[in-house]
Write a protein that binds this ligand. Structure first.
Ligand code: PMP
Length: 353
């Protein structure tokens, strides 16, 4: 018997590459190509570093209040964390304790099975249909909880709010987590439903639509009961999750609504232009309502194309996994970046197809 027999062994999540070289077109981790609101830089440059000797506000009240004002949700129905990964992990720990299997799609955010494994939560994946849509009826059986992203990742497929509600309504016995990391790029949030369903948790993030992946801010909305339970677990784990600069930067970003709207519109416009150009080159894909497109070309090997793009300093995301190993997930960058990608692909298709 050695100490190693008692180690909690896990197979960790693999984040997308963060290359150290410059001059690269980075379309692999769904970051926003535009900087955050100028008011973020302003508030950070004015911050008194002397303040850092103190612990931050454990409730991150300024940020929670700014979210409350922006979304029209009472502050005690909002939970904040270090990116939505932190919020989601904390939610798995808090709500998925029945011993029954939790359900999530077979093709989805690849952190879900990792958290389920690390917290010893049994799970069952539900296959997306042949068009990569979630089948709501798959989620009507007995379960220990439900989680899915909407739009889904890495497919970008959006489940209409009515169908999401159907899943929630059919599961009054378990907590349903809707991960809305990409909702600001054209979907309709189910946030208003938190007032109707006590068991609904809606999770969002500053990482994508607010251009602040590096700051690590995520948040969730739910009934007072759900948020209360989440806070109990948080305070049993680490009281000071958000650091002081994050609280200030998050508050500044959420208050700049015009910048946010403008930035999201630009990305949606670029996405739609990119879809049209990719279609013309023979790529096929499910319609995406996210800041990425999940594409395949019937006559090209995705793994090979991924490597050839890499050699041309264009990084996209490739998942060598069952059902999706002929797809590439391409994040929407600026118009200029997408043009470089499209020029490369045009030439590539001409040579290889
Ligand atoms: N949910 C989904 C579906 C995601 O793709 C991501 C990004 N990797 C996250 C949550 C986590 O994002 P963050 O922790 O940066 O908020």
């Amino acid at each position: 018997m050695s100490w190693e027999d008692n180690v909690r062994r896990t197979v960790p999540y693999t984040p997308g590459e963060q290359p150290k070289i410059s001059n690269i077109i980075k379309l692999n981790t769904n970051e926003n190509p535009y900087p955050p609101s100028p008011s973020v830089a302003k508030v950070l440059s004015r911050m008194d570093a002397g303040e850092l000797r103190k612990y931050p506000d454990p409730a991150a009240q300024r940020l929670t209040d700014a979210l409350s004002a922006h979304f029209g949700v009472p502050a005690d129905q909002i939970f904040v964390g270090v990116g939505s990964d932190d919020v989601l992990a904390m939610s798995f720990l808090t709500f998925f304790n029945s011993g029954k299997k939790i359900f999530f799609p077979d093709i989805t955010y690849s952190f879900y099975d990792v958290w389920a494994d690390v917290f010893r939560i049994p799970y069952e994946t539900k296959p997306l249909d042949e068009n990569f849509h979630i089948r709501p009826e798959d989620y009507f059986g007995e379960n220990g909880g439900i989680v899915f992203p909407n739009p889904n990742a890495p497919t970008g497929d959006y489940l209409p709010a009515e169908e999401v509600e159907n899943i929630i309504a059919r599961n009054p016995e378990s907590v349903v987590i809707v991960d809305e990391a990409y909702i600001d790029f054209g979907g309709r949030s189910v946030l208003p439903l938190i007032h109707k369903y006590e068991n609904l948790l809606v999770v969002q993030t500053f990482s994508k639509s607010h251009s602040m992946a590096g700051m690590r801010i995520g948040y969730a909305f739910g009934s007072r009961k759900l948020i209360g339970y989440l806070n109990d677990v948080k305070y049993s784990f680490n009281s000071y999750t958000l650091n002081a600069p994050s609280i200030l930067a998050g508050e500044a970003a959420i208050e700049d609504e015009d910048y946010f709207e403008d930035c999201c519109c630009r990305i949606v416009a670029t996405r739609e232009r990119t879809k049209k150009a990719l279609r013309e080159l023979g790529f096929v894909f499910a319609d995406s309502k996210a800041n990425f497109i999940f594409v395949r070309h019937p006559q090209l090997d995705a793994g090979q194309l991924f490597q050839d793009l890499r050699k041309a300093n264009i990084i996209v995301r490739y998942f060598p996994k069952a059902r999706i190993d002929q797809y590439l997930r391409i994040t929407i960058g600026t118009d200029e970046q997408m043009q470089v990608l499209l020029d490369f692909l045009k030439d590539y298709v001409r040579k290889h197809v």
